[in-house]
Design a protein around this ligand. Sequence first.
Ligand SMILES: O=C(O)CCC(=O)C(=O)O
Ligand SMILES: [Fe+2]
Length: 233
Amino acid sequence: MVRIEELLSRYNKLSQSQKPADAQHPTEIRLETLQSMGGFTEDDKIQDIAKKLFNEETGWDFLRIVRKDAEHREPVFLHQDFCYQMGSGNSYSLFIALTPNHPDNGGICVHLGTHQLGYLGDAGELNSNVLPEGLPTLQANLSPGDALIMHSAAWHESGRNNEGSDRVYLELHLVSSESPYSKGNICGFKQSSWSFNGALINRDMNRLFTNSRSQRLQDFYSQLQDKDNPEQS
Ligand SMILES: O=C(O)CCC(=O)C(=O)O
Ligand SMILES: [Fe+2]
């Protein structure tokens, strides 16, 4: 059985060694191996969940902590995760609460059924006005050891941590074992031989692309800046 106290103590050590937090995503700590959290996926309850997905052939492609605390209290805007991830349209986040999670400390809120809208073709903040009236939302109210499972296309957000208490999730992202981005199996086996072994982050995008959307935007911003400050250009 996984001991939540052990996962929490591993998190506390990681968060101390990670100061200052990542400026891009200050509430996230990426973890490279399952072992960094003590191989917790062998736990029977996690195995039971993994076996309900992907015909019992379930892998994982990332593991991270998403936390809020007295120093990181900001809300997270309405979004879907799918557009920031790799691979197939069917994947799930298993959020394991390491601390109490509720509306006063910025617990996650999922708009149920929104995964049916699928991939939306862009990334960023979504418009809450388009959500149909009366659509049920799941507002997390979790005790340590509880888990929440969310389809990666589901629209979700979280409020400000007004209480300032630690609100910590361990997030394991579950994919089909056949995904080339799977880093290993939680249960079952992988049949196909192709797997991606590179690093998904820290790629040199300016070498890979000659005319990408981001490069065009950067060019556009620098043209605007030159226009605003002509003597500096
Ligand atoms: O920390 C949270 O409340 C949510 C974080 C999140 O949704 C994300 O990083 O994709
Ligand atoms: Fe998210």
